[in-house]
Design a protein around this ligand. Structure first.
Ligand SMILES: Nc1ncnc2c1ncn2[C@@H]1O[C@H](COP(=O)(O)OP(=O)(O)OP(=O)(O)O)[C@@H](O)[C@H]1O
Length: 594
């Protein structure tokens, strides 16, 4: 927390304490006024108390307003700062330790814990401490022994009880979290698997399981609520007993009726800011868990080591040389914090639970083998190289290494003689980037979806990119301002890939990387897309990962990968002439076209 935030927090604490003190003063002055008035003194003897009562009543409201304003201001700023730091921590590529839904829950729910920590725990505790201290001082001046009793009561209700509720909350959450996780997994099954459940008549059984999980959770929550209510009642009981003891002590010490009333009412009011601390203690347990989860995300180490002094970005026509490159992924993360059981998806926004953390992860690669294992290749200016190979051969990993998203284990990549490790990762991606395997279409207009790759691009440049991606007709029909659905749900597979291609063409990197642009498209659409793509990339330095071989006669070199290694390389004609993976794939492609 910086100094300005510290000052703001101090103002909030002071305003809260002032509001509680004004409440205390109000009650003390009013108690004195009422009991003294009963003795029918001259009016002048009451005038100071009358003015004080009015002043305390008015200032209490003003101070409370100021506390809410400054307290929420500082809490919301702290929350925004936490979110910003979280986003910053997520920008450098890192080993994905958290699933999408889990990360979303951390960004939304857990960052709210920062707000709660300040507004519900720290500020009320500080204000309660000041008000309690003031009440003890009043007790000390009127009848010292009552100050002792009041201190004991306040410590019990304001320190021991909250510590107890915090410990109980931790224990309960350890029991409730798995039950909530089980229910969320059942609900996710019901929602995402409803069609399959209905098709196989398994919906009643799935519903019964979800209801049973719901009942188990409700039973635990009912028991937790009873403990919670008992804790709150315990606080009120301590308050009542303390006040009764103070009245008895005052009477046995022969205190005046005015003194007794002041002591009793100030003690009563001193508990007002203290009693909510039991609930704050309960919330604190959740808050510390949330802050721990946020620290985990922020402490994730980036997979890429940035150079201390990045080299200047190479310019002019680029030559990329990959030399004996070895890339090994670290083990895939556990399904940390998600509710999903294997094979189920997680409802977005669901809360991460400690219980679900630590599920055994999927091993990265069979026997820890390298995803890319000694690959060398050269891509000169204007050349096109295609990478072909079965699923899991390491094609996408190779592109990831070129985009500096993964760190090589050995070997290296040089651009115009400069090692990629000497360049800033962002600079590398200005040189080499393109169409990723899973292009994402944002819930924004078509124009904005394209502008992602060229915020400064004018209409002419946008039109050229969609024209080159052979998307002009569709864009004319749909309109530039048409809203596209999240994840491209409102466009067809072919349009989505072409939009992503238009984006890559608009960005116009010196080296264009294309990862399976025709993936998941039907035969005809894929053929058309590949033909257009090979046409538009003519004379562009391009590395193309593909499963489709039609049209590859036009590229300069084809590299066949298998299990991370280069098993064949050459032109289309050379590879078709030799026995091996490429010829087998080509023959099966030809057969399916007949
Ligand atoms: N992030 C990752 N963490 C751990 N292992 C990974 C990761 N990404 C890929 N792998 C593993 O590395 C190997 C190569 O994967 P890669 O995605 O590069 O293959 P690919 O040839 O692109 O496959 P496909 O054609 O199916 O996309 C596979 O065994 C895969 O399981």
């Amino acid at each position: 927390m910086n100094r300005r935030m510290g000052t703001r927090l101090l103002w909030a604490v002071l305003a809260g304490a002032a509001a509680d003190l004004a409440g205390l003063g109000l009650i003390a002055a009013a108690a004195w006024l009422i009991t003294r008035a009963a003795e029918q003194p001259p009016l002048a003897a009451l005038s100071v108390a009358i003015v004080a009562t009015r002043a305390f009543a008015t200032s209490k409201g003003v101070f409370r307003y100021a506390e809410r304003l400054t307290g929420h201001d500082v809490a919301l700023r702290a929350q925004a700062g936490t979110r910003e730091r979280l986003y910053q921590a997520l920008i450098p590529p890192q080993q994905p330790r958290h699933g999408g839904a889990d990360l979303l829950s951390r960004m939304v729910d857990d960052t709210e814990a920062v707000q709660d920590l300040l507004v519900r725990c720290l500020l009320p505790a500080a204000a309660a401490a000041v008000a309690g201290l003031a009440a003890v001082v009043i007790g000390l001046t009127v009848l010292p022994v009552t100050a002792l009793v009041l201190t004991a009561g306040l410590v019990l209700a304001g320190v021991l009880l909250p510590a107890g509720t915090a410990a109980a909350a931790r224990r309960w959450s350890a029991r409730i979290a798995p039950a909530r996780a089980a229910l969320a997994a059942r609900v996710a099954d019901l929602v995402h698997g409803s069609a399959d459940l209905a098709a196989y008549g398994a919906d009643d059984e799935a519903l019964a399981k979800a209801l049973a999980a719901d009942e188990a959770l409700a039973a635990l929550e009912r028991r937790q609520a009873r403990v919670h209510a008992a804790a709150l009642a315990g606080g009120t009981l301590v308050q009542g007993l303390t006040v009764a003891a103070i009245v008895l002590l005052a009477q046995s010490a022969g205190a005046s009726s005015v003194g007794t009333a002041v002591l009793a009412l100030t003690s009563l009011v001193a508990f007002e800011p203290v009693l909510p601390l039991a609930a704050a203690g309960e919330r604190l347990a959740g808050i510390t868990a949330a802050l721990r989860r946020l620290r985990e995300v922020r402490s994730a180490t980036p997979v890429i080591a940035e150079p201390a002094a990045p080299a200047p970005v190479p310019s002019g026509p680029l030559t990329v040389e990959i030399d004996n490159l070895v890339v090994r992924h670290s083990p895939r993360p556990a399904a940390a914090g998600t509710f999903a059981t294997p094979g189920t998806s997680t409802a977005p926004g669901t809360q991460a639970t400690p219980a679900a953390e630590g599920t055994p992860g999927t091993p990265a690669q069979d026997g820890g083998r390298a995803a890319v294992d000694g690959v060398s290749l050269r891509l000169g200016p204007g050349q096109r190289v295609a990478i072909v190979g079965p699923s899991g051969a390491g094609k996408s990993t190779l592109l990831a290494a070129l985009m500096r998203l993964v760190e090589p284990e050995s070997g290296g990549i040089r651009v115009n003689g400069v090692d990629l490790r000497d360049l800033a990762a962002d600079d590398v991606r200005t040189l080499m980037t393109g169409l990723t395997q899973d292009p994402y279409i944002f819930r924004a207009s078509l124009r904005d979806n394209l502008r992602l790759a060229g915020p400064e691009a004018d209409d002419e440049a946008l039109r050229k990119a969609v024209h080159d991606a052979r998307l002009g007709g569709w864009v004319e029909r749909t309109g530039w301002d048409a809203e596209l659905g999240e994840d491209g749900k409102t466009v067809s597979g072919g349009q989505l890939q072409r939009l992503a291609l238009a984006r890559a063409l608009l960005y116009d990197p010196p080296v264009l990387l294309l990862d399976e642009p025709a993936e998941a498209l039907d035969e005809e659409t894929a053929d058309r897309l590949m033909a257009d793509l090979l046409d538009v990339t003519r004379d562009r330095t391009t590395l193309l990962v593909t499963h489709r071989l039609k049209g590859l006669e036009t590229v300069d070199e084809i590299v066949v990968l298998d299990e991370g290694r280069v098993v064949q390389r050459g032109t289309h004609d050379e590879l078709v002439a030799a026995a091996g993976y490429y010829r087998d794939l080509w023959e099966s492609e030809v057969l399916t076209r007949r």
